[in-house]
Design a protein around this ligand. Sequence first.
Ligand code: FCB
Length: 468
Amino acid sequence: MTRLPDGRTLAFGTATAAYQVEGATAADGRGPSIWDTFAARPGSVLDGSDGRVACASYRRLDEDLDLLAGLGVAFYRFSVAWPRVQPTGSGAVEPRGLAYYDRLVDGLLERGIAPMATLYHWDLPQPLEDAGGWPVRDTALRFADYATVVHDHLGDRVGVWATHNEPWCAAYLGYAAGKHAPGRREGDVAHRAAHHLLLGHGLAAARMHEAGADGVGIVLNLAPVWPERPAAARAADGIDAIRNRVWLGPLVDGAYDEGLRAIAPALDDSRLVQDGDLTTVAGSCDWLGVNYYTPERIDTSDVGGGDGPAADGVGQEASAYPGAAPLRFAPRPPLTAMGWEVEPRGLEELLLATHRRTGLPLVVTENGAAYADERRAADGSVDDPDRIAYLRDHIAAVERARAAGADVRAYVAWTLLDNFEWAEGYTKKFGLVEVDRADQTRTPKTSYRWYADVIHAGASASGPAPIP
Ligand code: FCB
């Protein structure tokens, strides 16, 4: 069974998520998910696309496994699609769905790559959303059952588990801003979703621990929140509360803090936060995943943009932070194609702060950049020095955080393949490998070869991985 890297040197991996790469959404008994439904609704996805074909990884599994082997990654972070395993979200299990993940896990192990499985990367079975979705308590109980099914099946080979990926996006982009599935714009209801995501995590972790697991974590998109001026401090505190403290409070202290409850009164409701819920969540993690792309610079709503066009990047919208004071996101150049500021110091600061706050072993479970990828090498492949610079500078930031004492075990580049980037469709490319949209042919970019060299050098060195 695979284990969390020991941290002697920084271990390297890459990642994908089921709905973003698998395609084959109607194959082998898979049920519909909220992303199938949401993407089919006109106006939800920028280019009107969806995940029906995606990268066709469901059919091209061996090719993707060979690409991973070519990179030389120590581990691969993938997600399991709940609607493949339990097509209606509860009850009957689809053996053909589990068989796909058997092939994936066995194929990784055969190539000497450790699997790291995420149980929920946003593809809620549609029948559970029809019954109310994450704002409803029953969804948390169903998640724990599903997690148990997958762990019982793969737990003999997979030792490193993440329950949720970025529950902030699932709760707040899904139920407050309506930018992600299921596309509901219901403000405070998102706090209810957040609590049930945490409860689902806690219940699942307890069941997995009872079954002997010792590598259960959660992946959070925590962010350093930087006010641009003193007058923006209150708004920034609200962003910190809803982005960071809503997860870390229960996970570390078993409590939602007072400042958070003041702007999210739902979290004071004893019908929502029932006796024992927070005890279930507290101390439930053996490790913590941190996804980082950009810091959040916060300004007062009346500065800069006024009513003019917002400077905000993807996901940077006030409606995703119900209860926070009026504000404006103020990313500073250079920006990636997502409109996200490039600032590696944010990752260094975040890792040190999260280390101090949690004391848990950390993994940078996602980091990477979307660029236009217009430049071509002589052989026609994408030549992407901007992506290489981004990865290089962020890996260096991780090494600085490690040198300053943060217990960071591993770094995961997002992502192996250009894929379905949620509400941005196929318009944003994060991959180390280009995927032809017409026939899904894979072509490694210069960054793929560069990352392979970094991994090779890091794996053979006893100190920090050298940065070429
Ligand atoms: C994260 C998601 C991942 C991908 C990157 C760019 O929020 O976890 O699936 O979309 O952003």
